[in-house]
Structure formats: C-alpha cells, structure tokens
Design a protein around this ligand. Structure first.
Ligand code: F6R
Length: 261
C-alpha cells in the first residue's frame, strides 16, 4: 500500500478530494464510496469547494454508504444516511436518487444486508472507497476479529467504538446504537481504489498496526495490505508511530506528480 504523510487534516482532505476530482474527470458517473465520522469532513469540504469553483463537475457522480446504525428512526440526524445527505449529497448538488445505503430500519435486516451487497455489484462496483479507522483498527464497522472475507452484515459495536462515537449523541453512550449494518471486509476489498485517511495521535497505534503489522483479523484495517490499490493518508500525528515514516516520505517525494494517488 502507498502511505502518504501530510502536514495536517486539511492537506489530507485536499489531496484525497483532488484524487476524487481526477476520477470524476475520467469517469463522470463514478461510484464514490463514502465514510462518515469526523475524519472525512475535510475531504467533503474540499471536494464541494472544487465543485463550487467549477474545477470539477460532479453532477453525474453516484454515492454509496459504507455503513449504517441499526434502529435509529429514519431521518435521525446522526443516522449515516442523514450525515451523508448533509455532508456529501447536498453540497455536491446530487439528487437523492444517486445515493444508496443499507437500510438500518428494515424489518428484515438480513435481507437488507444481502440486498445492499448485491446493489453495489449491480451498480458496477465502487470506484473509490473512502475509509476512516477506529482506534481499535476497525474499517467500516468491522470490529476486531471480523472475517477478512466478510460481506455486508450486522455487527455489534465494541464498547470502545460506542464510547468513541458518543460525541455525536450529546456525549451520551446510552444513545449510541449497539448494532450496525456494515459493508464486510470482503465487500470493501472489491472497491477499485481504497483510500484511508487517519488524523490525530489517537489513531497512531491503529495506523502502525495496519501498515507495519501483520495482516490479521484482529486489526481489520490491515486487510488493506491485500488490496492492489490501497492508499493510506495520515497526518504527522497519526504517522507518529510508523517506523518506516522516513521511507514513506522519501517514496512519495520521488513520485511524479502526474501519477496522483
Ligand atoms: C464510519 C466508519 C468508521 C469511522 C471510524 C473513525 O462510516 O466507517 O469506520 O471511519 O470509526 O471515525 P472518526 O473519523 O470519527 O474518528
């Protein structure tokens, strides 16, 4: 995988937004797999700015969710559907018809999981999948010891993830759902390009294990090592435990600018 160390979150957001813009210039109806949480916000802001300035036309882009809470009422402001509508679909000027996600309110959740996996394939597959990383090494909501071959399914959040996400629910862990639907690791690995952004010191240990540790289900993000086009963008703080940081810096500095991510 390629590891790119950037000075800060804004620089990471700009770099990834430019990679998305380049994709949309080559493939205007690209399927953009988006993540939620705090980390990707600078990406969405930078991409929306490019659209507003006319640097890229995103009008034909399609967007798909990585995961969703189970049991939040439809329209709940912290459901990931609401978050993606607010942070991506509306700022890019897309219609809700160009956006798909798993249905966390379905009566038959198992069928909803299978249907979502199928709909990603039927849509031609994800062109670029953005990922954040949990402090426990999760991607999507594939918590430690998720099967590396897993498909979209229901998962139970760890206590750590519920504590981490309580900030989106007025700091009240009781409001954080216990269950989620998440694309499986096997599903995520089918995207054509995986781009993981990690910022802040709190992610440094998980990043080091992901990049320099063995591929292991206990660190789900380490599955990126199995992908032929995976990019890990980290700020200085998140890179602080990488032993190979000097090598990653030198490699990226020597890369021709036209190659992009
Ligand atoms: C959210 C998701 C999660 C987050 C991760 C990091 O769609 O898939 O894996 O990316 O929990 O969250 P933040 O960015 O809030 O630290």
């Amino acid at each position: 995988m390629e590891v790119v160390i950037v000075p800060d979150a804004a620089a990471g957001g700009e770099l990834i937004a430019e990679a998305m813009a380049a994709l949309l210039r080559r493939k205007p109806d690209a399927l953009l797999g988006v993540a939620t949480g705090s980390t990707p916000v600078p990406i969405y802001e930078a991409l929306a700015a490019k659209v507003a300035s006319g640097a890229v036309d995103a009008s034909r882009a399609r967007v798909c969710q990585l995961d969703e809470y189970v049991g939040l009422p439809s329209g709940h402001p912290e459901s990931y559907r609401s978050v993606v509508l607010r942070q991506v679909v509306e700022p890019l000027g897309l219609s809700t018809g160009s956006f798909m996600g798993p249905d966390g309110t379905a009566d038959d959740l198992l069928a909803a999981c299978e249907a979502y996996d199928r709909s990603l394939a039927e849509a031609g597959g994800v062109d670029i999948q953005l990922l954040g990383i949990g402090t426990d090494g999760h991607i999507g909501f594939n918590e430690p010891c998720s099967s590396l071959a897993s498909r979209t399914r229901i998962k139970t959040l760890t206590e750590q993830t519920r504590v981490d996400n309580a900030r989106f629910f007025d700091g009240d862990i009781e409001q954080v759902p216990h269950h989620v639907i998440t694309q499986g690791i096997g599903t995520i690995l089918e995207a054509r390009h995986l781009v993981l952004l990690a910022t802040g010191e709190g992610k440094a240990e998980a990043v080091a294990q992901t990049v320099e540790g063995p591929v292991a289900a206990v660190v789900p993000a380490s599955a990126l090592q199995l992908h032929r086009h995976a990019t890990v963008v980290v700020d200085e703080a998140a890179a602080s435990k990488l032993k190979l940081a000097p090598y990653f810096r030198a490699t990226y500095a020597a890369k021709p600018a036209w190659q992009g991510l």
